[in-house]
Ligand binder design. Structure first.
Ligand code: PLP
Length: 440
């Protein structure tokens, strides 16, 4: 792609020597200010030959021509995928973004640079799929994996050494909503071992609310299946990096294994991410109100937007919002089951980040593959209910939840207000059944 010489000063080459869209160019000329994220999300300059408003889908495996041309084979590169990668790099405050077929695909690409004998320090409350992959690498790849309580900086520091090759973090965790100090751990890891790669799973926050690279991490990655897409209609994984050499190593893996995101899914994600700001704002506002509603009814609620969260200040210092996932405990597994089965708007489903509100019991669903003893060890309450709040009307959501609480016997309606009952008080009745679903 050629760049008119007039804007040469704004030219921003990526590591392959491709021109990035002149971002944040159009916002710069008058006052040098960068566009706000909500604007960057919808602003794209694809450089399309016909100035198409929507980036075209290059549904082609091959591109004709001789050596040296920009695209030849879609496993190695595709114009629709490139458009998405350039757009995402801008959104993630990264020099380079790479998109692959799922969030776990991204985690695989990142951990593939590990060699036998390498040491990974990570959390004890990880996403189930991440835990499964690390366990595989430990068993079959000769990698040492140290699971520690990453909410405690001194415990992480004690686990770090010159041998630490990678630190893999997730914050907030789910469903326990534990917060990890990205900046503190990144500094400590680089101090212990300058070559150490700090990778952060940013799925729960999305780049709209948190930018791990700005906090000192070397790699940020996330499942595009969640907030970035927002509609549960595709699977994708995104990796963001600033260090050129790391980008090259990850690209090598993607080209070698063929996990780059397909053109159609790249297009869908380009479309979905445009509404990230409005979706996240609305979901977060709803989540905050629901967290307050449940807390005021006497439930133990975990949500980083609540002042009662023990790590409220830490989360607030590294993120621009609390997100839209919260969890609460009822004191009884049977009662929780009845609540989950009694909601109508909150659909029973694994995953989160979709425009629809979802409800689940992690111990029965997403975390069912973790054996009960380990769940207990990790203090994962068996009765915990996770809510992933969508963009529906808040009154309808609160109403749905209130009715479920009443039907389940968790609260009693007296006049206009709800009174929390003891868990054992009431027999419930259910219309739906809780599925036992293995970790996807
Ligand atoms: C969903 C999820 C993943 C995996 O993403 P997929 O797109 O489902 O492969 C990784 N980490 C977290 C925190 C997730 O929620």
């Amino acid at each position: 792609m050629s760049t008119p010489s007039g804007i040469a000063a704004l030219k921003h080459l990526d590591l392959d020597g491709h021109d990035l869209p002149p971002s944040p160019a159009p916002s710069s000329p008058s006052n040098g200010r960068k566009y706000a994220l909500a604007t960057e999300l919808v602003y794209t300059d694809s450089g399309d030959q016909y100035n198409a408003s929507s980036v075209p889908i290059y549904q082609s495996a091959t591109f004709k021509g001789g050596p040296g041309q920009e695209y030849d084979y879609t496993r190695s590169g595709n114009p629709t995928r490139t458009a998405l990668e350039r757009h995402m790099a801008k959104i993630m405050n990264a020099n380079r973004a790479l998109v692959v077929s799922s969030g776990m695909g991204a985690c695989d690409v990142i951990t593939r640079i590990l060699k036998p004998g390498d040491e990974v320090v990570t959390g004890d409350d990880l996403y189930g799929g991440t835990n499964r992959l690390l366990t595989y690498l430990k068993t079959h790849g000769g990698i040492t994996v140290k699971h520690v309580d990453t909410t405690k900086l001194d415990i992480v520091k004690a686990a770090l050494s010159a041998k630490t090759t990678m630190v893999l973090l997730e914050t907030p965790t789910n469903p326990l909503i534990k917060i990890v100090d990205i900046s503190g751990i990144s500094s400590a890891a680089h101090e212990a071992s300058p070559e150490c790669i700090v990778a952060v799973d940013n799925t729960m926050m999305s780049p709209y609310l948190q930018n791990p690279l700005d906090l000192g991490a070397d790699v940020t990655y996330e499942s595009g299946t969640k907030y970035l897409s927002g509609h549960h209609d595709l699977m994708a994984g995104i990796i963001g990096i600033n260090r050129a050499e790391l980008g090259e190593r990850f690209y090598f893996m993607i080209n070698s294994t063929g996990c780059g995101l397909a053109p159609f899914d790249s297009w869908l994600l380009l479309r979905g991410v445009k509404t990230l700001a409005v979706r996240m704002e609305k979901q977060q506002t709803n989540a905050m109100a629901i967290a307050n509603f449940l807390e005021s009814r006497g439930f133990k609620v975990r949500y980083p937007g609540l002042k009662s969260h023990s790590q409220y200040a830490l989360h607030d210092s590294q993120a621009r919002g609390a997100g839209a996932v919260l969890s609460f405990e009822t004191g009884s597994v049977a009662l929780s089951e009845r609540i989950v089965e009694s909601t109508k708007l909150f659909g029973i489903s694994v995953s989160f980040g979709c425009v629809n509100s979802l409800i689940s019991m992690p111990c029965r669903m997403s975390h069912a593959s973790i054996d009960p003893a380990t769940r207990k060890e990790r203090s994962l309450p068996e009765d915990i209910i996770r809510l992933c709040v969508g963009i529906e009307d808040l009154t309808d959501l609160v109403d749905d939840l209130s009715q479920a609480l009443v039907r389940a016997g968790a609260v009693r309606l007296t006049g206009d207000s709800f009174v929390a009952l003891d868990a054992e008080d009431v027999e419930g009745q259910t219309g739906r059944t809780t599925q036992v679903v293995d970790e996807p």
